[in-house]
Design a protein around this ligand. Structure first.
Ligand code: PLP
Length: 308
């Protein structure tokens, strides 16, 4: 591993290492090699770069262990299958690369990101020959858990925007431009997340999270994952909590109007687990503070997630 000089570079600063940590560069895995970020690059004709022809996964890292790796790799396999991209290595080897990237970056609490694209080939729309190897990139970074906890304590604001994505959002593809624009609209409005709304006025999901409400009578509601949303791994873990605790639950569409009138709202994702929503389009939800159910689910999540 390369040694860093006395002045931290942008990669070191971005690594977010806590006080007292040895200065080190962030390390990325790129097609068989672990490289400092400044040297980590993919080819200009990588189909991920040219066509967004690839998929990704983001897993939480807690106590240096990967959370729900099995479920994430299961979803990855499905996404690859839907796009007919080959797995570049066995799932066991992939798990090793994920853990090694976490270890080399000394991430205790944070995220590990993996991306697989259809590989490098002369720019041409149809699939390249089968001899073209898929590309694999893995990165890992620290997250400030204290800051995330403080945000969860306050709750976040969301804004609603039209869902103008393609029809196959069940595939975790790197084609995220509508999500980027939705997040930017949220940011411009002083909100943390955008809730995407279909043509009939029903919320599909967040730009990078699944959307949930708790109705006035205490029923948890989230949209079915058969079509129109990504089947979130965190969502699946919360469904296990719901079943184990026999919570009142309906898997159905809910409208923006129903969300405004809800007792609680929250989002789920690997990077935030359960994050209470306290404002939608500037309207306070419930009493305008994180709800009881969201807070309890956030607390109970770790007991049901597979860690390590
Ligand atoms: N929906 C979308 C569009 C997402 O991008 C994400 C996460 O990135 C999720 C839902 C939540 O999925 P998970 O819980 O697996 O992180």
């Amino acid at each position: 591993m390369p040694c860093a000089g006395p002045v931290p570079g942008p990669d070191q600063v971005r690594a977010g290492l806590g006080a007292g940590s040895a200065l080190m560069s962030r390390i990325a895995y790129v097609n068989g090699r672990y490289l400092p970020h400044r040297e980590a690059a993919v080819h200009v004709e990588d189909r991920g770069y040219q066509f967004a022809d690839g998929v990704y996964e983001v897993c939480e890292v807690r106590g240096a262990a990967i959370v729900d790796e099995r479920r994430h790799l299961q979803r990855l396999t499905r996404s690859l299958g839907e796009l007919r991209i080959a797995l570049p290595m066995s799932l066991i080897a992939l798990g090793f690369v994920l853990r090694e990237t976490v270890r080399r970056n000394r991430v205790r609490d944070g995220l590990v990101y993996l991306q697989i694209t259809r590989g490098v080939a002369r720019r041409d729309f149809p699939f390249p020959p089968l001899s073209v190897q898929p590309s694999l990139v893995v990165t890992a970074r620290h997250l400030d858990q204290a800051r995330i906890e403080a945000t969860a304590h306050e709750g976040i604001a969301v804004v609603t925007v039209p869902d103008n994505r393609w029809d196959r959002v069940d595939i975790k593809s790197v084609s995220l431009l509508p999500n980027v624009l939705a997040k930017e609209a949220a940011k411009a409005a002083g909100a943390k997340e955008a809730w995407l709304v279909d043509r009939e006025g029903f919320v599909t999901e967040g730009a990078s999270s699944n959307a949930w409400i708790v109705t006035r009578d205490g029923t948890l509601v989230t949209r079915p994952a058969q079509h129109g949303i990504l089947r979130g791994v965190t969502r699946s873990v919360i469904l296990d909590v719901v079943a184990a605790q026999s919570l009142a639950f309906e898997e159905r569409k809910f409208s923006v109007a129903e969300a405004y009138a809800a007792r609680e709202a929250f989002v789920t994702s690997a990077s935030q687990r359960v994050m209470p929503v306290v404002l939608i389009d500037g309207r306070p939800i419930g009493n305008g503070a994180p709800g009881f159910v969201a807070t309890a689910l956030r607390r109970d999540f770790s007991r049901y997630a597979e860690i390590g």
